[in-house]
Design a protein around this ligand. Structure first.
Ligand SMILES: [Zn+2]
Length: 290
C-alpha cells in the first residue's frame, strides 16, 4: 500500500515534468520574430528574422507606415531589412509583421547617434551646381530595385585602398543655417586619381552613367544591385571598367577614382542603400549580413 502510493506520486511528478517540458519546447506563438542589432542607432540596418509555420506564405513588415518585403532565407525562415537614417527621430518604432492570418506587433528602440558637423560658407547667390533631371531619374530608378535574388555573401570589403576622408552621416550648416535634409549619404575614400575601385560584394551592374550623359553632380557613376533591395553607388569616377548587366565579384575592379561631377577634389564616394535609403556601410563591412 505504502509502495503503491509512492509509485503513484512519482508517476504524477513525472507526468507534470513532461507537461512542463512540452510547454517549454512548444512555441507559444506560431510565428517567431527576432530583431537585430539588439541596440540599434540611427543609420543602422534593422534585420528581422521571421520563423513561421509551413504554408503561411511570405510575411511582410510594416514600420513608419511603410511596408517592406521579406525574402525566404531557409525553409519557413524569412528576413526583412529595414533602413534607418540620420533624418529620423530617435525613439520607439512600432513594427507589424503580417503573415497570412497572423499578425505580430513589436516595438524597437532606435537610439540617437551624434554625427560630425560640417560648416560650409558659400558666397551669396552661389548655390553650386545642380543636378540634371536625367541623372536624378536614373539614380532614383536604380535605388528602387528590389531583386529577389541575394547576390552578396558575407561581409562587404572596402572599395578603395585610400584613407577614409568622410564618414557616413555627416550633417551640414550652410552659412550658419542647418541643412535639415542633408546628411552624407555614404563614405568617402581619398584614393588618388586612377586608383582602382573594387566591388565590395557580388552583384549585377544596374547603373552606368557618365558626365557626357548629364551626370553633373554624381559624375561618372557605377551602381551595383546586390539583390533583395540592397544597392551600392560609386561616384566621381575617372574611368568605368564595367557595363550595364555585368555580374561582378567582390574585389573586382569596376573603375577608377576621379574628380568628375560636383567635387572639390578627387575621391571615391560609396553610397550603400537599403530599399532606397542610404544606410551606414560600416556594419555591412564589419559584421556582415548573411
Ligand atoms: Zn561623399
Amino acid at each position: 500500500m505504502k509502495l503503491n502510493s509512492r509509485f503513484l506520486k512519482s508517476i504524477l511528478l513525472l507526468s507534470s515534468i513532461i507537461v512542463l517540458l512540452v510547454a517549454l519546447v512548444t512555441p507559444s506563438q506560431a510565428m517567431q520574430v527576432q530583431i537585430s542589432p539588439t541596440n540599434p542607432h540611427l543609420g543602422d540596418t534593422l534585420t528581422l528574422l521571421i520563423e513561421q509555420n509551413r504554408g503561411a506564405g511570405e510575411p511582410s513588415v510594416t514600420i513608419n507606415q511603410k511596408t517592406y518585403p521579406t525574402f525566404e532565407i531557409a525553409p519557413n525562415r524569412f528576413r526583412a531589412m529595414l533602413p534607418t537614417t540620420p533624418l529620423e527621430q530617435p525613439g520607439v518604432r512600432q513594427i507589424r509583421v503580417n503573415a497570412g492570418d497572423q499578425v505580430r506587433n513589436l516595438a524597437v528602440q532606435v537610439k540617437n547617434r551624434s554625427f560630425p558637423i560640417q560648416r560650409i560658407n558659400l558666397p551669396p547667390g552661389k548655390a553650386g551646381t545642380s543636378a540634371t533631371q536625367y541623372e536624378l531619374d536614373r539614380v532614383a530608378e536604380f535605388k528602387k530595385l528590389v531583386t529577389p535574388q541575394k547576390y552578396w555573401n558575407g561581409p562587404f570589403t572596402r572599395p578603395n585602398k585610400g584613407r577614409i576622408s568622410a564618414i557616413y552621416g555627416v550633417r551640414r550648416y550652410y552659412n550658419g543655417k542647418f541643412a535639415k535634409d542633408y546628411y552624407h549619404r555614404g563614405v568617402d575614400y581619398a584614393g588618388g586619381v586612377g586608383s582602382p575601385v573594387f566591388a565590395p560584394a557580388s552583384g549585377r551592374v544596374a547603373l552606368v552613367g557618365t558626365v557626357s550623359q548629364g551626370f553633373r553632380i554624381h559624375g561618372n557613376i557605377v551602381g551595383i544591385d546586390h539583390g533583395q533591395g540592397v544597392t551600392s553607388a560609386f561616384l566621381h569616377l575617372s574611368r568605368i571598367d564595367v557595363k550595364q548587366g555585368d555580374m561582378v565579384k567582390p574585389g573586382q575592379v569596376i573603375g577608377a577614382v576621379g574628380s568628375t561631377g560636383a567635387v572639390t577634389g578627387p575621391h571615391l564616394h560609396w553610397g550603400l542603400y537599403v530599399h532606397g535609403e542610404s544606410v551606414d556601410p560600416v556594419p555591412w563591412r564589419e559584421r556582415g549580413f548573411n
